[in-house]
Unconditional design. Structure first.
Length: 145
């Protein structure tokens, strides 16, 4: 049986600060939204289209996004699309498509503080993820190039 492909890569800027919540079991879930701009020339005039995408990130990735990003920060997310359906309080059927984030890259490093030798967000995040075993048996030494 063939498996369908559901993969998305997106670069954009956060439209609001990430919102962190926790499930009853204590797992972090973070919601945020990304604006993605497309510009082109048409008849000598610059045109622009902005699309907005809702994103959800779970566990350690979500916690890192909540800790190290804020409105306006540029990020690259990798994940999958997920559709949800529900009925609102008036009985109207609603649907939503969102990006479930599986990986993130922060595209602008900023100093965290004077007392931390001016480490960037990315450096700090790498240190925090280096100690997390996520089931990946490989490390940087295994890469052949």
């Amino acid at each position: 049986m063939a498996t369908d492909l559901n993969k998305i890569f997106l670069i954009g800027r956060l439209t609001r600060d990430p919102e962190i919540r926790h499930t009853q079991s204590g797992m972090a879930v973070v919601s945020f939204s990304i604006a993605n701009n497309k510009t082109w020339l048409q008849d000598g005039n610059k045109k622009e289209q902005v699309s907005f995408f809702n994103c959800t990130a779970w566990s350690k990735i979500g916690e890192a996004i909540a800790q190290y990003t804020k409105k306006g920060d540029r990020v690259a997310v990798e994940g999958r699309l997920q559709q949800r359906s529900w009925e609102d309080k008036d009985g109207t059927k609603r649907t939503s498509v969102e990006i479930v984030v599986e990986a993130v890259q922060f595209l602008q490093g900023k100093p965290i503080g004077e007392n931390e030798n001016k480490q960037t967000h990315d450096d700090k995040l790498k240190q925090s993820f280096d100690s997390i075993p996520e089931g990946n048996p490989f490390n940087d030494d295994d890469i052949p190039f």
